[in-house]
Design a binder for this molecule. Structure first.
Ligand code: PHE
Length: 453
Protein backbone atom coordinates (compact mmCIF):
# COMPACT_ATOMS: atom_id res chain seq x y z
CA UNK A 1 0.00 0.00 0.00
CA UNK A 2 1.17 3.53 -0.74
CA UNK A 3 2.17 5.85 2.05
CA UNK A 4 -0.93 7.34 3.66
CA UNK A 5 -1.34 11.01 4.51
CA UNK A 6 -0.26 11.45 8.09
CA UNK A 7 -2.57 14.24 9.13
CA UNK A 8 -5.29 13.81 11.71
CA UNK A 9 -7.68 15.68 13.95
CA UNK A 10 -6.53 15.74 17.54
CA UNK A 11 -9.81 14.61 19.10
CA UNK A 12 -13.38 13.47 18.42
CA UNK A 13 -14.60 16.95 19.22
CA UNK A 14 -12.16 18.49 16.76
CA UNK A 15 -13.32 16.08 14.05
CA UNK A 16 -16.98 16.82 14.72
CA UNK A 17 -16.45 20.59 14.77
CA UNK A 18 -14.54 20.55 11.50
CA UNK A 19 -17.15 18.38 9.78
CA UNK A 20 -20.01 20.49 11.15
CA UNK A 21 -18.10 23.49 9.79
CA UNK A 22 -18.12 21.86 6.38
CA UNK A 23 -21.78 20.91 6.58
CA UNK A 24 -23.09 24.23 7.87
CA UNK A 25 -22.86 26.65 4.98
CA UNK A 26 -24.82 28.80 2.61
CA UNK A 27 -27.07 25.79 2.05
CA UNK A 28 -28.33 25.94 5.63
CA UNK A 29 -28.86 29.65 5.89
CA UNK A 30 -30.19 30.84 2.59
CA UNK A 31 -31.47 27.69 0.93
CA UNK A 32 -33.03 25.46 3.54
CA UNK A 33 -35.50 27.93 5.13
CA UNK A 34 -36.80 29.01 1.77
CA UNK A 35 -37.40 25.59 0.27
CA UNK A 36 -38.84 24.41 3.58
CA UNK A 37 -41.49 27.13 3.42
CA UNK A 38 -42.06 26.68 -0.30
CA UNK A 39 -42.69 22.94 -0.19
CA UNK A 40 -45.04 22.69 2.72
CA UNK A 41 -43.27 23.77 5.95
CA UNK A 42 -43.63 21.07 8.60
CA UNK A 43 -44.48 18.47 5.94
CA UNK A 44 -41.23 19.20 4.12
CA UNK A 45 -39.31 19.21 7.39
CA UNK A 46 -40.51 15.70 8.14
CA UNK A 47 -39.37 14.38 4.77
CA UNK A 48 -36.13 16.31 5.10
CA UNK A 49 -35.39 14.74 8.48
CA UNK A 50 -35.97 11.26 7.04
CA UNK A 51 -33.58 11.97 4.15
CA UNK A 52 -30.96 13.69 6.29
CA UNK A 53 -30.75 10.84 8.79
CA UNK A 54 -31.81 7.97 6.50
CA UNK A 55 -29.69 8.74 3.45
CA UNK A 56 -27.43 11.77 3.97
CA UNK A 57 -26.02 10.48 7.24
CA UNK A 58 -25.57 7.00 5.80
CA UNK A 59 -23.62 8.43 2.85
CA UNK A 60 -21.54 10.43 5.29
CA UNK A 61 -20.71 7.29 7.28
CA UNK A 62 -19.76 5.53 4.03
CA UNK A 63 -17.41 8.35 3.08
CA UNK A 64 -15.91 8.37 6.58
CA UNK A 65 -15.32 4.61 6.37
CA UNK A 66 -13.62 4.93 2.97
CA UNK A 67 -11.44 7.77 4.23
CA UNK A 68 -10.48 6.31 7.59
CA UNK A 69 -9.92 2.80 6.27
CA UNK A 70 -7.60 3.98 3.51
CA UNK A 71 -6.17 7.13 5.14
CA UNK A 72 -6.06 8.58 1.65
CA UNK A 73 -7.76 11.26 -0.41
CA UNK A 74 -10.56 10.05 -2.74
CA UNK A 75 -8.65 8.89 -5.82
CA UNK A 76 -6.10 6.85 -4.02
CA UNK A 77 -8.62 5.75 -1.40
CA UNK A 78 -10.75 4.02 -4.04
CA UNK A 79 -7.71 2.45 -5.67
CA UNK A 80 -6.23 1.18 -2.42
CA UNK A 81 -9.48 -0.33 -1.13
CA UNK A 82 -10.00 -2.47 -4.21
CA UNK A 83 -6.52 -3.05 -5.60
CA UNK A 84 -7.72 -5.26 -8.42
CA UNK A 85 -10.29 -2.83 -9.75
CA UNK A 86 -8.41 0.40 -9.98
CA UNK A 87 -10.89 1.96 -12.41
CA UNK A 88 -12.97 3.02 -9.41
CA UNK A 89 -10.43 5.70 -8.72
CA UNK A 90 -12.10 7.76 -11.43
CA UNK A 91 -15.05 8.19 -9.09
CA UNK A 92 -12.54 9.82 -6.76
CA UNK A 93 -11.41 12.02 -9.61
CA UNK A 94 -15.01 12.96 -10.31
CA UNK A 95 -15.26 14.03 -6.67
CA UNK A 96 -12.23 16.27 -7.09
CA UNK A 97 -13.71 17.86 -10.22
CA UNK A 98 -16.97 18.40 -8.33
CA UNK A 99 -15.16 20.08 -5.43
CA UNK A 100 -13.34 22.28 -7.91
CA UNK A 101 -16.52 23.61 -9.53
CA UNK A 102 -18.42 23.95 -6.27
CA UNK A 103 -15.60 25.89 -4.67
CA UNK A 104 -15.43 28.35 -7.58
CA UNK A 105 -19.10 29.20 -7.14
CA UNK A 106 -18.77 29.18 -3.39
CA UNK A 107 -15.94 31.71 -3.57
CA UNK A 108 -18.03 34.06 -5.71
CA UNK A 109 -20.94 34.03 -3.28
CA UNK A 110 -18.67 34.16 -0.24
CA UNK A 111 -17.03 37.24 -1.80
CA UNK A 112 -20.45 38.89 -2.08
CA UNK A 113 -21.09 38.04 1.55
CA UNK A 114 -17.82 39.51 2.73
CA UNK A 115 -18.45 42.65 0.71
CA UNK A 116 -21.93 43.01 2.24
CA UNK A 117 -20.42 42.54 5.68
CA UNK A 118 -18.24 45.58 5.00
CA UNK A 119 -21.21 47.48 3.62
CA UNK A 120 -23.13 46.64 6.77
CA UNK A 121 -20.35 47.68 9.14
CA UNK A 122 -19.63 50.92 7.32
CA UNK A 123 -23.32 51.81 7.28
CA UNK A 124 -23.56 51.80 3.49
CA UNK A 125 -26.44 49.32 3.48
CA UNK A 126 -28.25 51.40 6.08
CA UNK A 127 -28.17 54.50 3.88
CA UNK A 128 -30.47 52.76 1.41
CA UNK A 129 -33.29 52.75 3.94
CA UNK A 130 -36.41 50.72 3.36
CA UNK A 131 -36.30 51.11 -0.35
CA UNK A 132 -36.62 47.66 -1.88
CA UNK A 133 -35.94 48.97 -5.37
CA UNK A 134 -32.73 50.74 -4.35
CA UNK A 135 -31.48 47.68 -2.46
CA UNK A 136 -32.30 45.39 -5.38
CA UNK A 137 -30.61 47.76 -7.77
CA UNK A 138 -27.51 47.94 -5.62
CA UNK A 139 -27.24 44.14 -5.63
CA UNK A 140 -27.61 43.91 -9.40
CA UNK A 141 -25.09 46.68 -9.97
CA UNK A 142 -22.66 45.16 -7.51
CA UNK A 143 -22.89 41.53 -8.66
CA UNK A 144 -22.57 42.44 -12.33
CA UNK A 145 -19.69 44.86 -11.86
CA UNK A 146 -16.17 43.81 -12.76
CA UNK A 147 -13.82 44.68 -9.97
CA UNK A 148 -15.45 44.63 -6.53
CA UNK A 149 -16.76 41.03 -6.59
CA UNK A 150 -13.43 39.78 -7.93
CA UNK A 151 -11.49 41.67 -5.26
CA UNK A 152 -13.65 40.27 -2.48
CA UNK A 153 -13.63 36.71 -3.78
CA UNK A 154 -9.84 36.91 -3.95
CA UNK A 155 -9.62 38.15 -0.36
CA UNK A 156 -11.95 35.39 0.77
CA UNK A 157 -9.99 32.73 -1.14
CA UNK A 158 -6.72 33.90 0.40
CA UNK A 159 -8.28 33.83 3.87
CA UNK A 160 -9.35 30.23 3.26
CA UNK A 161 -5.86 29.37 2.02
CA UNK A 162 -4.24 30.79 5.16
CA UNK A 163 -6.28 28.40 7.30
CA UNK A 164 -5.31 25.45 5.11
CA UNK A 165 -1.65 26.44 5.26
CA UNK A 166 -1.78 26.33 9.07
CA UNK A 167 -2.49 22.61 8.84
CA UNK A 168 -5.21 20.17 9.83
CA UNK A 169 -4.98 20.63 13.59
CA UNK A 170 -3.69 24.17 13.91
CA UNK A 171 -5.68 25.46 10.96
CA UNK A 172 -8.91 23.62 10.19
CA UNK A 173 -9.58 22.17 13.64
CA UNK A 174 -8.58 25.25 15.63
CA UNK A 175 -10.57 27.63 13.43
CA UNK A 176 -13.66 25.39 13.47
CA UNK A 177 -13.52 25.05 17.26
CA UNK A 178 -13.66 28.83 17.60
CA UNK A 179 -15.95 29.75 14.71
CA UNK A 180 -18.69 27.17 15.12
CA UNK A 181 -19.62 28.25 18.67
CA UNK A 182 -19.46 31.89 17.53
CA UNK A 183 -21.81 31.04 14.67
CA UNK A 184 -24.29 29.42 17.05
CA UNK A 185 -24.23 32.42 19.39
CA UNK A 186 -24.79 34.87 16.52
CA UNK A 187 -27.61 32.73 15.22
CA UNK A 188 -29.31 32.57 18.61
CA UNK A 189 -29.05 36.37 18.94
CA UNK A 190 -30.71 36.76 15.55
CA UNK A 191 -33.42 34.23 16.50
CA UNK A 192 -34.26 36.15 19.66
CA UNK A 193 -34.48 39.45 17.78
CA UNK A 194 -36.60 37.94 15.06
CA UNK A 195 -39.01 36.17 17.41
CA UNK A 196 -39.62 39.31 19.43
CA UNK A 197 -40.71 41.38 16.44
CA UNK A 198 -44.44 42.04 16.05
CA UNK A 199 -46.18 39.49 13.85
CA UNK A 200 -43.34 36.99 14.11
CA UNK A 201 -45.78 34.11 14.31
CA UNK A 202 -46.64 34.40 10.61
CA UNK A 203 -43.03 33.58 9.77
CA UNK A 204 -43.07 30.61 12.08
CA UNK A 205 -46.24 29.27 10.57
CA UNK A 206 -44.78 29.72 7.06
CA UNK A 207 -41.83 27.63 8.17
CA UNK A 208 -43.42 24.98 10.32
CA UNK A 209 -47.15 24.53 9.81
CA UNK A 210 -47.41 21.33 7.78
CA UNK A 211 -49.15 21.64 4.44
CA UNK A 212 -49.04 18.29 2.69
CA UNK A 213 -50.71 19.70 -0.41
CA UNK A 214 -47.57 21.74 -1.14
CA UNK A 215 -45.32 18.72 -0.78
CA UNK A 216 -45.06 17.77 -4.46
CA UNK A 217 -42.77 15.12 -5.95
CA UNK A 218 -40.50 18.04 -6.81
CA UNK A 219 -40.44 18.99 -3.12
CA UNK A 220 -39.47 15.46 -2.10
CA UNK A 221 -36.57 15.46 -4.58
CA UNK A 222 -35.55 18.91 -3.44
CA UNK A 223 -35.43 17.56 0.12
CA UNK A 224 -33.03 14.79 -0.85
CA UNK A 225 -30.80 17.11 -2.90
CA UNK A 226 -30.74 19.62 -0.08
CA UNK A 227 -29.94 16.94 2.53
CA UNK A 228 -26.96 15.77 0.49
CA UNK A 229 -25.61 19.20 -0.31
CA UNK A 230 -26.08 20.38 3.23
CA UNK A 231 -24.25 17.40 4.69
CA UNK A 232 -21.40 17.91 2.18
CA UNK A 233 -21.68 14.39 0.82
CA UNK A 234 -21.22 13.24 -2.74
CA UNK A 235 -17.93 14.88 -3.62
CA UNK A 236 -15.31 13.24 -1.49
CA UNK A 237 -14.88 16.01 1.09
CA UNK A 238 -16.02 13.67 3.86
CA UNK A 239 -13.61 11.01 2.57
CA UNK A 240 -10.77 13.44 3.19
CA UNK A 241 -12.10 14.47 6.62
CA UNK A 242 -12.71 10.77 7.36
CA UNK A 243 -9.05 10.09 6.74
CA UNK A 244 -8.24 12.50 9.60
CA UNK A 245 -10.69 11.00 12.13
CA UNK A 246 -8.99 9.29 15.08
CA UNK A 247 -9.07 5.47 14.93
CA UNK A 248 -10.98 5.18 18.21
CA UNK A 249 -13.96 7.35 17.18
CA UNK A 250 -17.33 5.74 16.69
CA UNK A 251 -18.19 6.77 13.12
CA UNK A 252 -21.92 6.27 13.73
CA UNK A 253 -21.96 8.62 16.71
CA UNK A 254 -19.77 11.16 14.95
CA UNK A 255 -22.05 11.21 11.90
CA UNK A 256 -25.12 11.44 14.11
CA UNK A 257 -23.78 14.51 15.88
CA UNK A 258 -22.85 16.18 12.62
CA UNK A 259 -26.23 15.49 11.01
CA UNK A 260 -28.18 16.63 14.06
CA UNK A 261 -26.17 19.86 14.33
CA UNK A 262 -26.56 20.58 10.65
CA UNK A 263 -30.32 20.10 10.71
CA UNK A 264 -30.66 22.15 13.89
CA UNK A 265 -28.72 25.05 12.42
CA UNK A 266 -30.80 24.97 9.25
CA UNK A 267 -33.99 25.14 11.29
CA UNK A 268 -32.61 27.91 13.51
CA UNK A 269 -31.70 29.88 10.38
CA UNK A 270 -35.32 29.73 9.32
CA UNK A 271 -36.37 30.92 12.77
CA UNK A 272 -33.88 33.78 12.55
CA UNK A 273 -34.98 34.87 9.10
CA UNK A 274 -38.66 34.34 8.32
CA UNK A 275 -40.39 35.86 11.34
CA UNK A 276 -38.37 39.03 10.64
CA UNK A 277 -39.20 38.97 6.93
CA UNK A 278 -42.93 38.54 7.56
CA UNK A 279 -42.94 41.06 10.35
CA UNK A 280 -41.80 43.67 7.78
CA UNK A 281 -44.56 42.64 5.42
CA UNK A 282 -42.03 41.33 2.90
CA UNK A 283 -42.23 38.22 0.76
CA UNK A 284 -39.84 35.31 1.37
CA UNK A 285 -37.28 34.64 -1.34
CA UNK A 286 -34.61 32.02 -1.89
CA UNK A 287 -30.90 32.21 -2.63
CA UNK A 288 -29.18 35.51 -3.34
CA UNK A 289 -32.50 37.36 -3.40
CA UNK A 290 -33.05 36.55 0.25
CA UNK A 291 -29.69 37.56 1.68
CA UNK A 292 -28.86 40.50 -0.52
CA UNK A 293 -32.21 42.03 -1.39
CA UNK A 294 -34.83 41.09 1.21
CA UNK A 295 -32.82 40.99 4.43
CA UNK A 296 -31.07 44.37 4.10
CA UNK A 297 -34.56 45.82 3.93
CA UNK A 298 -35.54 43.98 7.10
CA UNK A 299 -32.48 45.28 8.95
CA UNK A 300 -33.03 48.81 7.75
CA UNK A 301 -36.55 48.70 9.09
CA UNK A 302 -35.09 48.18 12.57
CA UNK A 303 -33.60 51.63 12.13
CA UNK A 304 -30.34 53.31 13.18
CA UNK A 305 -27.67 51.50 15.11
CA UNK A 306 -29.85 48.44 15.80
CA UNK A 307 -30.24 47.84 12.08
CA UNK A 308 -26.51 48.24 11.46
CA UNK A 309 -25.64 45.86 14.30
CA UNK A 310 -28.06 43.16 13.19
CA UNK A 311 -27.10 43.34 9.55
CA UNK A 312 -23.42 43.13 10.52
CA UNK A 313 -24.22 40.09 12.69
CA UNK A 314 -26.07 38.41 9.84
CA UNK A 315 -23.39 38.92 7.22
CA UNK A 316 -20.70 37.89 9.68
CA UNK A 317 -22.66 34.72 10.39
CA UNK A 318 -23.01 34.00 6.69
CA UNK A 319 -19.30 34.67 6.10
CA UNK A 320 -18.33 32.27 8.90
CA UNK A 321 -20.62 29.56 7.54
CA UNK A 322 -19.17 30.07 4.05
CA UNK A 323 -15.58 30.09 5.32
CA UNK A 324 -15.69 26.78 7.18
CA UNK A 325 -17.36 25.12 4.18
CA UNK A 326 -14.81 26.59 1.76
CA UNK A 327 -12.05 25.34 4.03
CA UNK A 328 -13.25 21.76 3.65
CA UNK A 329 -13.45 22.04 -0.13
CA UNK A 330 -10.02 23.59 -0.42
CA UNK A 331 -8.57 21.00 1.95
CA UNK A 332 -9.95 18.17 -0.18
CA UNK A 333 -8.40 19.65 -3.31
CA UNK A 334 -5.12 20.57 -1.75
CA UNK A 335 -4.66 17.20 0.03
CA UNK A 336 -5.41 15.45 -3.26
CA UNK A 337 -2.71 17.44 -5.03
CA UNK A 338 -0.21 16.74 -2.24
CA UNK A 339 -0.88 13.05 -2.68
CA UNK A 340 -0.87 13.11 -6.46
CA UNK A 341 2.11 15.34 -7.16
CA UNK A 342 3.93 14.63 -3.90
CA UNK A 343 4.36 18.35 -3.43
CA UNK A 344 4.43 20.21 -0.15
CA UNK A 345 1.12 21.41 1.29
CA UNK A 346 2.23 24.99 0.71
CA UNK A 347 2.83 24.51 -2.99
CA UNK A 348 -0.31 22.50 -3.65
CA UNK A 349 -2.51 24.96 -1.76
CA UNK A 350 -1.12 27.88 -3.73
CA UNK A 351 -1.63 26.09 -7.03
CA UNK A 352 -5.24 25.21 -6.21
CA UNK A 353 -6.07 28.64 -4.83
CA UNK A 354 -4.64 30.37 -7.88
CA UNK A 355 -6.65 28.09 -10.17
CA UNK A 356 -9.80 28.62 -8.11
CA UNK A 357 -9.42 32.39 -8.10
CA UNK A 358 -9.07 32.31 -11.88
CA UNK A 359 -12.15 30.12 -12.37
CA UNK A 360 -14.20 32.01 -9.78
CA UNK A 361 -13.31 35.32 -11.47
CA UNK A 362 -14.62 33.98 -14.78
CA UNK A 363 -17.77 32.77 -13.03
CA UNK A 364 -18.20 36.19 -11.45
CA UNK A 365 -17.49 38.19 -14.60
CA UNK A 366 -19.99 36.07 -16.53
CA UNK A 367 -22.69 37.83 -14.50
CA UNK A 368 -21.83 41.12 -16.18
CA UNK A 369 -19.02 42.07 -18.49
CA UNK A 370 -18.59 38.54 -19.86
CA UNK A 371 -22.24 37.59 -20.08
CA UNK A 372 -21.64 36.58 -23.71
CA UNK A 373 -19.57 33.68 -22.36
CA UNK A 374 -22.26 31.02 -22.67
CA UNK A 375 -22.42 27.26 -22.49
CA UNK A 376 -25.47 25.64 -24.09
CA UNK A 377 -27.49 28.87 -23.82
CA UNK A 378 -26.63 29.45 -20.14
CA UNK A 379 -24.28 32.09 -18.80
CA UNK A 380 -21.14 30.54 -17.39
CA UNK A 381 -22.44 31.24 -13.86
CA UNK A 382 -25.65 29.32 -14.58
CA UNK A 383 -23.71 26.55 -16.28
CA UNK A 384 -21.53 26.03 -13.21
CA UNK A 385 -24.61 26.23 -11.03
CA UNK A 386 -26.24 23.48 -13.13
CA UNK A 387 -23.14 21.28 -12.88
CA UNK A 388 -23.06 21.78 -9.12
CA UNK A 389 -26.69 21.22 -8.40
CA UNK A 390 -27.85 18.73 -11.00
CA UNK A 391 -25.08 16.71 -12.56
CA UNK A 392 -21.90 16.25 -10.57
CA UNK A 393 -22.89 15.57 -6.91
CA UNK A 394 -25.54 12.89 -7.57
CA UNK A 395 -23.27 11.12 -10.07
CA UNK A 396 -20.35 11.12 -7.72
CA UNK A 397 -22.49 10.07 -4.75
CA UNK A 398 -23.92 7.22 -6.83
CA UNK A 399 -20.45 5.98 -7.79
CA UNK A 400 -19.27 6.24 -4.21
CA UNK A 401 -22.15 4.32 -2.72
CA UNK A 402 -21.92 1.59 -5.39
CA UNK A 403 -18.26 1.18 -4.64
CA UNK A 404 -18.84 1.16 -0.92
CA UNK A 405 -21.72 -1.31 -0.93
CA UNK A 406 -20.78 -3.64 -3.74
CA UNK A 407 -17.02 -3.46 -4.34
CA UNK A 408 -15.27 -2.72 -1.07
CA UNK A 409 -14.85 -5.90 1.02
CA UNK A 410 -17.67 -6.08 3.56
CA UNK A 411 -15.29 -7.30 6.23
CA UNK A 412 -13.40 -4.01 5.97
CA UNK A 413 -16.60 -2.01 6.34
CA UNK A 414 -17.68 -3.94 9.41
CA UNK A 415 -14.23 -3.75 10.90
CA UNK A 416 -14.18 0.01 10.48
CA UNK A 417 -17.67 0.59 11.85
CA UNK A 418 -17.06 -1.61 14.88
CA UNK A 419 -13.54 -0.29 15.46
CA UNK A 420 -12.06 -3.76 14.99
CA UNK A 421 -14.81 -5.51 16.92
CA UNK A 422 -14.85 -3.16 19.92
CA UNK A 423 -18.23 -1.54 19.12
CA UNK A 424 -21.44 -3.45 18.53
CA UNK A 425 -22.92 -1.55 15.56
CA UNK A 426 -26.46 -2.91 16.07
CA UNK A 427 -27.68 -0.66 13.26
CA UNK A 428 -25.55 -2.52 10.73
CA UNK A 429 -28.24 -4.59 8.90
CA UNK A 430 -30.36 -1.47 8.30
CA UNK A 431 -27.31 0.49 7.26
CA UNK A 432 -26.29 -2.24 4.82
CA UNK A 433 -29.75 -2.34 3.27
CA UNK A 434 -29.74 1.43 2.76
CA UNK A 435 -26.32 1.57 1.11
CA UNK A 436 -26.99 -1.41 -1.12
CA UNK A 437 -30.49 -0.59 -2.31
CA UNK A 438 -32.23 2.49 -1.02
CA UNK A 439 -29.51 5.11 -1.47
CA UNK A 440 -28.49 4.08 -5.02
CA UNK A 441 -32.15 3.94 -6.05
CA UNK A 442 -32.87 7.36 -4.57
CA UNK A 443 -29.84 8.83 -6.31
CA UNK A 444 -30.85 7.41 -9.69
CA UNK A 445 -34.35 8.83 -9.29
CA UNK A 446 -33.00 12.26 -8.32
CA UNK A 447 -30.56 12.29 -11.20
CA UNK A 448 -32.98 11.14 -13.87
CA UNK A 449 -35.78 13.43 -12.82
CA UNK A 450 -33.51 16.45 -12.65
CA UNK A 451 -32.01 15.93 -16.09
CA UNK A 452 -35.30 14.97 -17.71
CA UNK A 453 -37.42 17.80 -16.31
N1 PHE B 1 -22.60 21.83 3.07
C1 PHE B 1 -22.33 23.10 2.51
C2 PHE B 1 -23.56 23.99 2.63
O1 PHE B 1 -24.54 23.63 3.19
C3 PHE B 1 -21.87 23.04 1.10
C4 PHE B 1 -20.75 22.11 0.83
C5 PHE B 1 -20.92 21.09 -0.06
C6 PHE B 1 -19.55 22.25 1.49
C7 PHE B 1 -19.90 20.20 -0.28
C8 PHE B 1 -18.51 21.36 1.26
C9 PHE B 1 -18.71 20.32 0.38
O2 PHE B 1 -23.58 25.08 2.16
Amino acid sequence: MTQSNNNSFSSSLGAIMAAVGSAVGLGNIWRFPYICGKYGGGAFLLVYLCFAFGIGMVLMMSEFVIGRRSRHTPMRAFASLSPRRKGWRYIGLLGIVTCFFILSQYFVISGWTLSYFFDAVTGRLATMGQDAAAIGCYFTEFSTSASRPVVFLTVFALLTAVVILCGVQKGIEAVSKVLMPVLVVLLVVLCIRSLTLPGASRGLSYLFSPDFSKLSAEGVLAALGQAMFSLSVGMGVMIVYGSYIPASDDLFRTSMWITASDVLIAVLSGVAIFPAVFSCGLEPAGGPGLSYCVLPNVFNSMGGVTGVVFSAIFFLLLSIAALTSSISLLEALSAWLVETLRTRRFVSTLIIVAAEIALASIVSLSNGMWSHLQVGGDTFFDFVDRLNSIYLPPLCAFGTVLFFAWVMPEADVRDELTNHGVLRAVYYPVFRFIVRWLAPLALVVVFLTSILT
